[in-house]
Write a protein that binds this ligand. Structure first.
Ligand SMILES: Cc1cc2nc3c(=O)[nH]c(=O)nc-3n(C[C@H](O)[C@H](O)[C@H](O)COP(=O)(O)OP(=O)(O)OC[C@H]3O[C@@H](n4cnc5c(N)ncnc54)[C@H](O)[C@@H]3O)c2cc1C
Length: 409
């Protein structure tokens, strides 16, 4: 009988070390995260115990290089681990992403020695970094953000409002994007490191979210937040073109988001496979009905295709100049996998009949948890814009006036 839990993808062979890494993650996910997932969802509390276990096991800061005290794992290896956690608990999967990608990647790639050391230290101690880009008036049009960082003598003073910030109130280190203004002149969009508890960094209201309820999504307000000059991250392109550079790090986050969606879909698929074999109607297991068999066959194909796209995008980071995944592959993987996860989790619920609709059953949570990945980290529509631009080899400006002032990719 096919072991649906092995989900080995033929054609790509893991090294023994990668196989061991994934097995370690799988064991921790099955023994710690799976039993806790329903409680995390119901209480909506950040799973500090899980974070401590992830940290202890070396799954936070996996991408930190050995020169900074980390194991220096590749994007592909991080993805192997993330899928295992997400398969059991979407919240744990997301924590594993943000403890290894996103803001961390940007700081490690573009930060000074001190900035890199600070970020590495935080994440290796279990901090899930927060990335603060989105504002009430600037979602997909991120470059229309209005938060400012004005140079005042030996400090940057930040004012503005971010919302939908994952980890607001639990993350210690924040990477905050703002319009950099010096001598009254707008220079570009920059990223600033700020720590929870610093005067002027205010955690605002929490969103009552549909899924992934164990991680707070909050407003983050900058109210005269005064930061030393060395908190600005400056990519090699310079501050004028810095936003595009910093957003390059987001390609890893996109692969991470796709991987969480993949893991959630895999988890729901396994629930469905087990259920149809034990549920009997009309005197036989419902697994014997061909209509349901074909649903499961389609689900397995969609999951496998998504895994191939995720793995390919993750592996691309090993050959790009930037060290981040190829933007096109990352976007394709995120769109395909997030939409696949919405469908597969929904089909898994359908296969359970009424019991799948009960909040006592994990597939109900998985449907809600999967839903966000077509939105956060670049919507499916915005990523299709990016993909179309590459397919057509055309710039595809979204603003009425034509081109945005700072590259929105
Ligand atoms: C759970 C969750 C976690 C998040 N975490 C973070 C975080 O940690 N940090 C952070 O900075 N942000 C975060 N976000 C915000 C996220 O990045 C934004 O929600 C996203 O960029 C979309 O912005 P918006 O919600 O304002 O939608 P809008 O930009 O207002 O879009 C509304 C709709 O219009 C479509 N649309 C807009 N412009 C175009 C266009 N040009 N072409 C086609 N369609 C278009 C969109 O696809 C969408 O369907 C998070 C969001 C969620 C849901």
């Amino acid at each position: 009988m096919l072991d649906v839990s092995s989900h080995e993808s033929p054609g790509l062979t893991l090294t023994t070390a990668q196989d061991d890494l994934r097995a370690r993650a799988r064991k921790l996910a099955q023994t710690l995260c799976k039993p806790a997932a329903a409680t995390v969802d119901q209480t909506e509390e950040y799973p500090w115990e899980t974070v401590a276990a992830l940290t202890e096991a070396g799954f936070m800061g996996m991408s930190v290089p050995s020169s900074l005290g980390g194991p220096g794992r590749t994007c592909f290896e991080v993805a192997l681990v993330v899928e295992e956690f997400a398969r059991c608990c979407g919240v744990s999967g997301r924590i594993a992403v943000e403890g290894n990608m996103g803001a961390l990647g940007a700081i490690l790639a573009y930060g000074t020695a001190l900035q890199r050391e600070m970020a590495a230290r935080h994440v290796l101690a279990g901090d899930k970094l927060a990335i603060c880009i989105t504002e009430p008036g600037a979602g997909s049009a991120a470059t229309e953000m209005t938060t400012t960082a004005v140079r005042q003598g030996d400090a940057w003073v930040l004012d503005g409002e971010k919302h939908w910030i994952t980890g607001g109130g639990v993350s210690k280190l924040h990477l905050i994007f703002a319009r950099v203004v010096e001598d009254g002149v707008f220079r570009g969009i920059g990223g600033f490191m700020a720590y929870r508890g610093e005067a002027g960094l205010v955690i605002g209201a929490r969103e009552p979210t549909m899924g992934l309820r164990g991680i707070p999504e909050t407003q983050v307000l900058m109210q005269g937040l005064r930061l030393p000059l060395d908190r600005l991250i400056t990519p090699p392109e310079g501050i004028e073109h810095g936003f595009a550079g910093l957003m390059n790090a987001y390609n890893a986050q996109r692969v991470g988001a796709a991987t969480v969606a993949l893991g959630i879909a895999q988890g729901a698929f396994e629930e469905a496979c087990a259920f149809v074999k034990q549920r009997e109607q009309f005197g036989r297991p419902i697994a014997e009905f061909q209509g349901l068999q074909w649903m499961l066959a389609d689900m397995s194909m969609q999951i496998e295709a998504a895994r191939m796209m995720v793995w390919r995008a993750a592996l691309s980071a090993e050959t790009t100049d930037s060290g981040f995944p190829d933007p096109m592959m990352a976007a394709q993987a995120k769109v395909f996998t997030s939409e696949m996860a919405v469908k597969v989790t929904n089909d898994a619920l359908q296969l359970h009949g009424a019991s799948g609709y009960s909040r006592n059953h994990p597939v109900e949570r998985m449907v809600r948890d999967a839903r966000m990945f077509t939105i956060g980290g670049g919507t499916a529509q915005m990523l299709r814009n990016l993909i179309a631009g590459k397919v057509l080899d055309m710039k595809t400006p979204q603003t009425r006036g034509g081109y945005t002032s700072a590259g929105a990719e």
